[in-house]
Design a protein around this ligand. Structure first.
Ligand code: IPM
Ligand code: MG
Length: 360
């Protein structure tokens, strides 16, 4: 069996707690000889600032480059939130994304039937919901230059640059079109082309790619404000959504609420050669250290790692099916429980392992 080197970046807040559950999942497949994953650790985010004075230290960057893929918990701390930009925990994550050229962010939004009444949206709008948000991850206002602060007439002003080039749009759009061919052949591109030049280039580029290369995929365009509304009004009209970095950040948090909890959604950040897998939720400092965080988004991120980096659809399906079984049995963490009866983070991990053992 091929050895896979996985770098674990637990990060801050609830990150280490959910990473612990991810490791249990890896260990079980290793012990059954269904994988040969060798893992190593490194610091990122607030913990890296504390230990190395840098949210993305050189040691971490080196290990990241040498690994086959990466699992990440979360970054963000109260302690460092007022630091200057370069010393904020979030910069660790952004540097990781940029330095590994992780331009594709895949955020699947799907429902587990047992949680259908947990959403704040009516359940008849959600049956079998299955959307994928493809978010461009290393461009846009997140990285655009110039950026900074200026002080004119003692009126402090912060400024950023939103930009997209044809090349940046083409490569992310190509991924979305290819994905849609394996699904329903339908792509919705989300922008703000009625106002923003960056979005006008976004729209023109996708239109051209659609005509030239993907005439069989049904492409539609939506302004981001309308898309935010449509996601709640009629979520099932969407299949593959492709959008820029900032709009994708916002729409994916919104979409997570369709599934009942932000604690349910995994993500994959991909370059042409490497993948980083992480929950879409943050470090949740308010509940860190209490063993109440839902580990499912993290465990589903492990499933995505098996699917995308190890090309192992079988293991990925076992993990997803086991989560489905556990939810059917009525085992819930606090965020998805409807009563006072809920289990701890590690008990949820154990319940999922117990189901996995039935398949392996
Ligand atoms: C996400 C997060 C990050 C982002 C933060 C932590 C920098 O919100 O992955 O969605 O804005 O991309
Ligand atoms: Mg976000």
């Amino acid at each position: 069996m091929k050895k896979t080197n996985v770098l674990l970046l637990p990060g801050d807040g609830v990150g280490p707690e959910i990473m612990q559950e991810a490791i249990k999942i890896i260990d079980i497949f290793n012990s059954k000889n269904m994988s040969e994953i060798v893992y190593d650790y490194a610091d990122i985010g607030g913990i890296a600032i504390d230990n190395h004075g840098n949210p993305y230290p050189e040691q971490t960057a080196q290990k990241a480059k040498q690994s086959d893929c990466i699992l990440l918990g979360a970054v963000g701390t109260k302690k460092h939130e007022n630091n200057e930009n370069n010393l904020k925990p979030e910069m660790g994550l952004l540097n990781l994304r940029k330095s590994l050229d992780l331009y594709i962010n895949v955020r699947p939004v799907f429902i587990f039937q047992s949680l259908i009444d947990r959403s704040s949206v009516k359940s008849d709008l959600l049956n079998n919901l299955d959307i994928v948000i493809i978010r461009e991850l290393i461009g846009d206002v997140y990285f655009g230059e110039p950026r900074g602060f200026k002080n004119q007439d003692s009126n402090k002003t912060g400024f950023n640059t939103m930009s997209y080039s044809q090349d940046e749009v083409n490569r992310i759009a190509k991924y979305a079109f290819e994905l849609s061919k394996k699904r329903n052949g339908k792509v919705t591109s989300v922008d703000k082309a009625n106002v923003l030049e960056a979005s006008q280039v976004w729209r023109e580029s996708i239109e051209k790619l659609s005509k030239d290369t993907y005439p069989d995929v049904k492409l539609s365009h939506m302004y981001v404000d309308n898309a935010a509304m449509q996601l709640i009004r009629e979520p099932k009209q969407f299949d593959v959504i492709v959008t820029g970095n900032l709009f994708g950040d916002i729409l994916s948090d919104e979409a997570s609420m369709l599934t009942g909890s932000i604690g349910m959604l995994p993500s994959a950040s991909l370059s042409d050669t490497i993948g980083v897998y992480e929950p879409i939720h943050g470090s949740a400092p308010d509940i860190a250290g209490q063993s109440v965080v839902n580990p499912i988004a993290m465990i589903l991120s492990v499933a995505m790692m098996f699917e995308y980096s190890l090309n192992d659809l079988k293991v990925s399906k076992i993990i997803k099916d086991s989560i489905e079984n556990v939810l059917k049995l009525g085992v819930f963490t606090q965020d998805i429980a409807q009563s006072d009866k809920h289990v701890s983070t590690s008990a949820m991990g154990d319940a999922i392992i117990k189901e996995i053992k039935k398949y392996v």
